[in-house]
Design a protein around this ligand. Structure first.
Ligand code: PMP
Length: 305
């Protein structure tokens, strides 16, 4: 945390506009603007994280920052701050807004440069952090379950753009989301080029068959989701065996239960895929146990704000 940012935090008024962390300072959201020459905007050149705070604690902050710095390294982007400084900036942003439960969007772009792709044109990255509320799906989706469809847009091949780089290039996922919407579903299941289930547009995917909990490996094009990791950690205590393996939609159609995981969505049951009911067509019992276990974990785990 820079001195400027510290000073701004301490002089903040009680309510008012949301404060955004912007390159070392906390500024009102009206002043939190990026240049039209920012390569994050011009080319999607940058990386980001979506993080949650629950009950005054930031959930799995270290894991999120590890992934952010891995993504940045993979695109040769020097963030210009240490992970400890970044953690401090996240916490300051939450404190400045008086938030104990929040969604945090942390973005690092290549920064401002001339027109032209060359990242060397951008001497300094742009770093901003938004802490706000998010509700990705309406409440009834959690109680009644989601309908999702497989789409023809395939997940990026790791030989073109590795899906484990959490970059600002989301057009692949957006195209899939559009297709899902056009087909009447809220979410899309994306397959790899080889036809294996990869993930959804912003969530990982799991299925349950008996007491086996299965999710695609990163090699299928699945992001190593932080929520996915938490669910894999929680499963053994619930008597579930976990497995990462390649599978096709057949396994989903014939599964007992299917659910999605993500920082914003948390754990959400899927009850219909490609117009086929999954299991008995209602959120499954194991999924409901995992949702409860996940909520309990988020209430007690994390870095204190
Ligand atoms: N897959 C994709 C493509 C994502 O963008 C995300 C994050 N929104 C996830 C999976 C879920 O990851 P996490 O649990 O870390 O939010």
């Amino acid at each position: 945390m820079t001195e400027t940012a510290q000073k701004k935090v301490s002089t903040l008024p009680g309510g008012g506009s949301l404060r955004i962390y912007m390159n070392g300072a906390l500024v009102p959201k009206e002043q939190a603007v990026v240049s039209v020459f920012d390569h994050g905007l011009l080319y999607g050149d940058g990386v980001f994280e979506g993080i949650r705070a629950y009950n005054g604690r930031v959930f799995r902050l270290k894991e999120h920052l590890d992934r952010l710095y891995r993504s940045a390294r993979a695109i040769v982007l020097d963030i210009g701050m240490t992970p400890a400084e970044m953690a401090g900036a996240v916490l300051e942003t939450l404190r400045a807004n008086g938030l104990r439960d929040a969604y945090i969007r942390l973005v690092v772009t290549r920064g401002v440069g001339d027109l032209g792709l060359d990242p060397k044109k951008c001497p300094q990255p742009t770093v901003f952090i938004i802490a706000d509320k998010i509700a990705l799906y309406p409440k009834e989706c959690y109680t009644q379950g989601l309908e999702v469809n497989t789409v023809s847009t395939r997940r990026n091949s790791s030989q073109a753009l590795n899906p484990n780089i959490k970059s600002l290039n989301y057009l692949n996922n957006i195209l899939a989301k559009i297709e899902a919407g056009l087909s009447g579903a809220r979410e899309a299941i994306m397959l790899s080029l080889e036809g294996y289930v990869a993930e959804c547009t912003g969530d990982n995917l799991f299925y349950l068959k008996g007491n086996r909990l299965v999710t695609p490996p990163p090699s299928a094009g699945a992001l190593e989701g932080i929520t996915r990791g938490a669910v894999l950690d929680l499963a053994p205590a619930l008597g579930l065996m976990t497995e990462e393996k390649l599978f096709t939609p057949f396994e989903l159609y014939t599964a007992d239960e299917v659910f999605l995981t993500g920082t914003a969505a948390e754990v959400i049951p899927v009850v219909k895929i490609d117009a086929r009911s999954i299991g008995d067509g209602k959120p499954g019992a194991q999924t409901r146990r995992l949702i409860t276990a996940f909520h309990t974990l988020t209430q007690r785990d994390g870095v204190e704000i």
